[in-house]
Design a protein around this ligand. Sequence first.
Ligand SMILES: [Zn+2]
Length: 384
Amino acid sequence: MKISRRTLLQLTGVSTVMIAFLPKMAFAARNSLRTVRTGIQPGNKTRLVIETADRPSYSITYPTNQIIVTLSNTAANASLKPNLAAGSLVKSITQAQVGDKLQIIANLSQPVSAIPKDQIMILSPNGDNDYRLVLDFAAGQVGAVVASSSKSETKTAPAKKYTIVIDAGHGGKDPGCIGKNGTKEKTVVLAVAKKLKNKLDAAGFQTYLTRSGDTYLKLAQRAKIGEKKHADLFLSLHANANPSRSMKGFSIYTLSEKASDEEARKLADAENAADKIDVSGFEQFDKDIRVALSALQQHAVAEMSVEYASGCAKQFKSMKITQQPGPDVRHAPFAVLRSTVPGALIELGHLSNATEEKLLTSASHQNKLVNAIVKSVKAYNFDV
Ligand SMILES: [Zn+2]
């Protein structure tokens, strides 16, 4: 019944991204409403499509038995004739101009709860279509969220549990890197991952581990767990090694085709080499994801990942955890991060450094790392 995330844009992310791209102008071009229509999607979901001349900037509220989409800086369409599909949840659609904002009010036959962001997308113009804001929803998921006022732009807070998949790197026949005193990366990161899971669960998140024991998993399998769980965030935990034993500190990475620097490229090579232990699957998975993700989707996921990663680096620094010299967020083609789920790979420290090897095995330092990550997850804006 679920429509794959892969077929959907992460709308809120996308809109934020696009807005962020535009220079702040005092007089933005005025948008206008073209058409509104509904359809039925697999799983008996209703699809509401709002077509506008320019990329829409919007907010959504959920008064009882209604969905109100408020479009910023948008003019109504006086000759609007909504095209409503038989059997959809939308009984009627009206528009209301409120200053420079346009409200599209969908009157529903049954209540719906706040639509998850992966069920909302903005499509760019193609063929006869202009920009389309697309919302997919089903009846009565959790019960209606009542907005304080139908004219309010305030986002209602859905009682949604955000899902985090925590990936302890390596495992089983793949130990990861090994410290001078024999500390294995796979052991340290699993210990941290389990602590992190406990703290995030306690903080009200829904969390899953890609592995909870000393098992070997291919990188694509790990990424796929994020997809299957419909994760809102994917965190891959690692510790690294450097030829220079004096090199210290944490570093945080997001996915990109090109590495941000030579060091990041080498690190991605090293981490991706985990799959060379059992080569197969990755190429295929990679291709699947590539086909399914539009450039815009990839961009949205990348932007959300960077937003999380830079917030995470900030938390690490505020807790005085040593940072490896370099930028807060680096980028490289990490296989484990290839998915539609925003995420980051965190190198918690250097096992090749004697001081950090000791720290990484100490419960108090592990707790410190966990606390920094929990703070970063709490501070991350899942909705925007
Ligand atoms: Zn690793």
